[in-house]
Design a protein around this ligand. Structure first.
Ligand SMILES: NC(=O)c1ccc[n+]([C@@H]2O[C@H](COP(=O)([O-])OP(=O)(O)OC[C@H]3O[C@@H](n4cnc5c(N)ncnc54)[C@H](O)[C@@H]3O)[C@@H](O)[C@H]2O)c1
Length: 388
């Protein structure tokens, strides 16, 4: 098999993160089949041309269908807003291309099911970019829980807190348009902590939620001659998504969970926190301290019991760390994307499944939708579970 030739749709935040992940995978993980940056796509020719040059892509396209139509592309990477994921993923799968899509997988459960059917029917590799699974501290949490070291899980306490909308004058953006984003903090942030919970503990049974849109309309940044808003010429646009969504959950294994996602936690920037309490111990992870994992064990001698802080940087024993630096040399946000890309490269080479895949994306979407349903019905709602 030759190189994995990538066609990437979208060139901004995730486009940049995924580009460096492909390059770093080749550099640090030395995969059997390296990635080749074939084509990057965006709608604005000047901008995408500039991104192609800066990021080091061989070519660019201004229409995603043209990328899919090309014979020299093996993998389609979708780093665009949620309303585009379905069409791009289905067309890519039908054309026999592997698909990596950003999260949330789709606007809704119905679309996610169609996407899963397309990739399953065509037999291509499929993956959803729940990148936090590949933070080494989360890999260690998974190992600790799988080894039974915290015993039977009773509680999951998770939140994902940001504050970029706390200022009511923050301008309107695509993330605030339901037709484009599907939902607000819920699909953007809760999606991550739902996926982590499924990964670390198990499936959701039932949920009850609440949400709020604190600021109902926001200024639109006008493209005026000086490129700036003026106070006497500000148009406003309705915000059609949730600013914050909180929910409670009961998991299939009987554990109770509480979840909170907000863009209004003033002072919190990217505070993704998960605490899991079991009969024998607990683990705590906070992304703002992503190189660390806290672990409490009741098996420690009584007089020594207390949370220990594990620095998850040991090349010999912490997943992914042997590709990086000596112990104690910290890694950052972008490394999880590289770990994801390196696992995807291995899966494509070895023709083995890779996770989280579109089944995981659909399951996450089913939890998101059950919470939405419960907010409407103001009651507990069961989470639909497709049998795979
Ligand atoms: N995994 C993560 O941790 C993570 C983090 C941030 C964003 N995301 C997800 O990534 C996706 C993109 O978010 P982002 O922050 O990169 O957004 P962004 O606004 O920074 O970039 C979006 C890109 O999509 C392009 N685009 C939009 N519509 C297009 C179309 N029809 N055809 C071609 N290109 C189009 C834009 O030109 C832009 O390059 C979203 O689904 C978001 O939820 C995931």
């Amino acid at each position: 098999m030759g190189d994995i030739r990538v066609g990437m749709i979208g060139y901004k935040f995730m486009g940049k993160a995924h580009t460096q992940a492909y390059k770093n995978t080749n550099f640090y993980f030395n995969p059997k089949t390296p990635f080749q940056l074939k084509a990057i796509c965006g709608r604005n020719e000047k901008n995408v041309k500039s991104a192609a040059h800066t990021y080091g892509w061989e070519s660019y396209e201004t229409d995603w269908q043209s990328v899919i139509d090309r014979d020299d592309i093996d993998l389609i990477d979708i780093g665009t807003p949620s309303n585009t994921h379905k069409d791009i993923a289905i067309k890519a799968a039908n054309a026999g291309k592997h698909v990596l899509t950003e999260k949330p997988m789709a606007l809704n459960v119905r679309d996610a099911k169609e996407m899963l059917k397309a990739v399953t029917d065509s037999g291509v590799q499929h993956m959803v970019s729940f990148t936090y699974r590949r933070v080494p501290a989360i890999s260690l949490a998974k190992r600790i829980i799988s080894e039974g070291r915290i015993g039977k899980v009773y509680h999951i306490r998770a939140n994902y807190l940001q504050d970029w909308l706390a200022d009511p004058q923050s301008p309107f953006a695509w993330r605030l348009d339901k037709n484009v984003a599907g939902s607000g903090a819920h699909g953007d942030l809760n999606a991550h902590i739902i996926d982590l919970t499924r990964y670390l503990v198990g499936e959701f049974d039932e949920v009850v939620g609440m949400s709020e849109t604190f600021v109902k309309e926001r200024p639109v940044e006008e493209d005026s001659t000086n490129g700036k808003n003026t106070n006497n010429n500000v148009s406003l646009r309705d915000v059609t998504v949730d600013d914050a969504t909180l929910f409670l959950a009961r998991l299939d294994n009987g554990a109770l969970g509480s979840f909170e996602a907000t863009r209004y936690a003033t002072g919190r920037k990217n505070n993704e926190y998960i605490e899991i309490n079991g009969s024998m111990g607990s683990i705590v992870f906070n992304f703002e301290r992503m190189n660390e994992l806290q672990f409490f064990s009741k098996e420690d001698e009584h007089h020594l019991q207390g949370y220990r802080n594990i620095l998850v940087t040991e090349p010999e024993s912490h997943e992914y760390m042997n590709a990086w630096w000596p112990p104690g040399h910290l890694i950052g946000y972008e490394h999880a994307f590289t770990h994801q890309a390196s696992d995807l490269a291995r899966a494509i080479t070895q023709q083995q499944p890779v996770y989280p895949n579109f089944e995981d994306g659909l399951r996450c979407q089913q939890v998101l939708e059950a919470v939405d349903n419960s907010i409407k019905s103001r009651t507990w709602e069961k989470v639909e579970k497709t049998n795979f």
